[in-house]
Design a protein around this ligand. Structure first.
Ligand code: SF4
Length: 66
């Protein structure tokens, strides 16, 4: 079975830098902040969301693999 991951976004921490948008198609602009299109991803989508998690300077993104 393909791996899946759950994505959490902590909007209160987000500073709207858009680093996540630059590295992952799952992250889109939302006013001054951003939002994930999907909060459950699988397969190769996990990697790009982990990149978004890694580049976020304020740990506003958490990707938990199942
Ligand atoms: S990288 Fe982090 S702080 Fe920057 S827009 Fe994305 S969630 Fe917000």
């Amino acid at each position: 079975m393909a791996k899946t991951a759950v994505i959490k976004y902590f909007e209160d921490k987000c500073i709207g830098c858009r680093a996540c948008v630059a590295v992952s198609g799952n992250w889109v602009e939302n006013g001054e902040k951003v939002r994930p299109l999907k909060t459950k991803v699988s397969g190769k989508e996990i990697g790009e969301n982990k990149k978004a998690e890694a580049v976020c300077p304020v740990q506003a993104i958490k990707v938990t693999e199942k």
